[in-house]
Ligand binder design. Structure first.
Ligand SMILES: [Zn+2]
Length: 239
């Protein structure tokens, strides 16, 4: 299993950065989230239109799905026409939600040209790009949001997506080879929770028993303890 960090910025881009996008390669190629900046990076990496078997979206905050819009246009009218369409795995209700945005932003008729849309179910593993992917519902303000556990029977990667503190984070990353965990905050939020501080990410990592923690979705301006790994766009990790 090979991970490429396409983009790991938070809800706004770090300087020169792309927003959430993590390419996992094994027997197939799976893209976890597709935020603004991700499509251009993938095109640059691959020298053409990206060839992925599946894209899985954790939630409908724009920094995690926004580049689906130009992807849909490029796959319908541009160089993506020549490329087999990937599966697009969405949260429950996601097809209707994407259609709604498509109605507003003039891409509704092209969605199924670009992608074979599917919806996943909380806690139920699905097969995508040769991986077993288990979505785990997490707590992220009022937004329906999932973390993703990706396994190929030899290696397991856990991706927190966006989340506040939750005992389910430890379940998501239980004994994983790699835990990509967000640490968006300097300090825990005083009221409704939707993100983690560095300490909270460390607590989830320790509780999970995962082997390696890499922090994502963190503003460049926020420090991180020198002993903690911070993802950077372009990082490649072989598991
Ligand atoms: Zn979010």
């Amino acid at each position: 299993m090979k991970l490429t960090v396409i983009g790991c910025s938070p809800a706004w881009p770090n300087a020169g950065g792309a927003q959430s996008g993590y390419l996992v390669e094994g027997d197939g190629r799976l893209l976890l989230d597709c935020g603004p900046g991700v499509l251009a990076r993938l095109r640059e990496l691959e020298g053409g239109w990206p060839r992925v078997d599946a894209v899985a979206i954790t939630h409908f905050h724009l920094d995690h799905w926004g580049d689906l819009v130009p992807w849909i246009f490029g796959a319908s009218f541009g160089p993506g026409r020549a490329v087999p369409k990937p599966e697009l795995w969405l949260p429950p209700g996601g097809r209707e939600r994407l259609k709604g945005y498509g109605g507003e932003l003039s891409f509704v008729d092209q969605i199924e040209t670009a992608f074979s849309t599917r919806e996943y179910v909380d806690g139920t593993a699905f097969q995508a790009a040769g991986f077993d992917v288990t979505p785990v519902r997490l707590h992220h303000y009022s937004e329906l949001t999932f973390g993703m556990r990706v396994s190929n029977h030899r290696r397991t990667l856990a991706y927190s997506g966006d989340t506040g503190p939750s005992p389910k984070l430890a379940e998501l990353a239980r004994d994983a080879d790699l835990f990509l965990c967000e640490a968006t905050l300097r300090e825990p939020e005083p009221a409704e929770r939707g993100h983690l501080s560095e300490d909270e990410a460390m607590e989830a990592f320790t509780a999970s028993g995962a082997r390696r923690l890499v922090v994502i979705h963190r503003p460049d301006e926020l420090p991180l303890d020198a002993s903690v790994e911070r993802a950077a766009d372009g990082d490649i990790i072989s598991l």
